[in-house]
Write a protein that binds this ligand. Structure first.
Ligand SMILES: CSCCC(=O)C(=O)COP(=O)(O)O
Ligand SMILES: [Mg+2]
Length: 229
């Protein structure tokens, strides 16, 4: 089984930082004004308000969320709201989601080989499905059988990976986790998963050396994973 991260692993960091985040930042005020009373939206706005000291003013909530986007906070409420906002961008064809060609090819190849493929990203599960459903390589959602976001726990916590293994009904050692972030791989390894550091030159112009890779197998593209999966 292969469990993969998205940003920096299947897809470029710059697409997320330079296209998705600014789109959500710009659209937030209008989105909150239009949907503030939708229960699915209000639930997350109230989480933000509570965390901010129970302020109730939506303008302050919007500013707080925009600050979190600028700081790249991987907060579950922010990620849920971003996913709802990006939906319009994908539907209107304002953008398609970046995926490295080697990643799209490998996911197709592994799926054809009968490999179970799952995603674990800080992006919400609906955002992940939009991302893979509107990728540069077309609709890839059919390749992925399981989707996990931070509702299962933080990506740097070993317990999250144990929960994912449980949900996949697999022993952790049967799962190969792919990520660009060493701390995420450390947590997955602590839970017993096998790990691969994806170190793409486009995202990390200074490749990670053996010490920074912290013992994780390092690749620069998905085709190098064929030999070890
Ligand atoms: C799939 S939604 C866009 C990505 C995103 O919001 C994000 O935070 C990605 O983090 P990742 O865990 O995939 O590195
Ligand atoms: Mg990542």
């Amino acid at each position: 089984m292969i469990l993969t991260d998205i940003e920096g692993t299947t897809s470029s960091i710059s697409f997320v930082k330079d296209v998705l985040f600014p789109y959500a930042r710009r659209a937030l005020p209008g989105f909150v004004a239009a949907h503030r009373d939708d229960p699915d939206v209000r639930r997350w706005l109230d989480v933000v308000a509570t965390e901010h000291g129970a302020i109730c003013d939506d303008a302050v909530i919007v500013e707080t969320l925009q600050g979190w986007i600028d700081a790249d906070r991987k907060h579950t409420a922010l990620k849920a709201l971003q996913g709802m906002i990006w939906s319009a961008g994908y539907q209107d064809a304002d953008f398609t989601a970046h995926i490295y060609p080697d990643a799209a090819d490998a996911l197709r190849r592994w799926h054809a080989d009968g490999e179970t493929l799952a995603v674990y990203s800080s992006g919400s599960v609906p955002a992940q499905k939009l991302f893979f459903g509107h990728s540069d390589a077309g609709d890839l959602t059919g390749l992925i059988s399981n989707w996990f976001d931070t509702e299962v726990g933080g990506k740097r916590e070993a317990e999250s990976y144990a929960r994912i293994a449980d949900a996949l009904d697999a022993a952790p050692a049967e799962i190969l986790f792919l990520s660009d972030v060493v701390e995420e791989l450390d947590a997955a390894r602590d839970a017993g998963m096998r790990t691969v550091l994806v170190d793409r030159l486009e995202d990390y112009p200074q490749p990670r050396d053996a010490a920074s890779a912290n013992g994780h197998t390092r690749v620069t593209a998905f085709d190098q994973i064929d030999a070890i999966r």
